[in-house]
Design a protein around this ligand. Sequence first.
Ligand SMILES: [Zn+2]
Length: 148
Amino acid sequence: MICENCHREREKGRKYRFYYGKKGKAAGTTVHETPFWSKSYQIKGNDDVWICEECINQKQLIVDILAIVIGVAGAWEMIRLAIFGEVIFRMTIFGTLAVVIVILAAWFVFGTHEEIGERLAINTRKAELKKEGYNAFLTTFGRSRINH
Ligand SMILES: [Zn+2]
C-alpha cells in the first residue's frame, strides 16, 4: 500500500477514519468541547485514509517524549507535596493538579495511537476538503462528543 502521509510503499499500516463537515449553528448538531463552551457542527461525511505504521510511530514518539517529561514533572510534584507539603491547601490544589497531569500524560503515552492516526488522516485530506467548502474536521473521539 502507498501511505497517504509519507507517499511511500509500505507493508504495515491501516486505515484511519475521520469526519468532516461545516461549523455552524444552523446545523443542529452540537459538540461540547469543554464544560465551558460548545460548538455546532454539521457532519457531512467521513473518509478513510491508509497510513503506515512508521508514520504513526514517528508521531507517537514525539507525543510520548513530551508526555513522559510532563508526567515525570507531575509525579515529582506529587512526591514533593507528599513529603514536604506543609499547608493543607497546597496539598489539595497542587496535589490534585499533579495527579491530573500524571493521568493525562499516561493517557497520551498509552491511549493516543488511534487519535494520532486520525489526525494524520485529517492532515492528508484537509486542503482538498477545504477547497470544497468544509471547515470542520473531527476524529472519532471528537465525533463521539457530538451529543445529538
Ligand atoms: Zn507513512
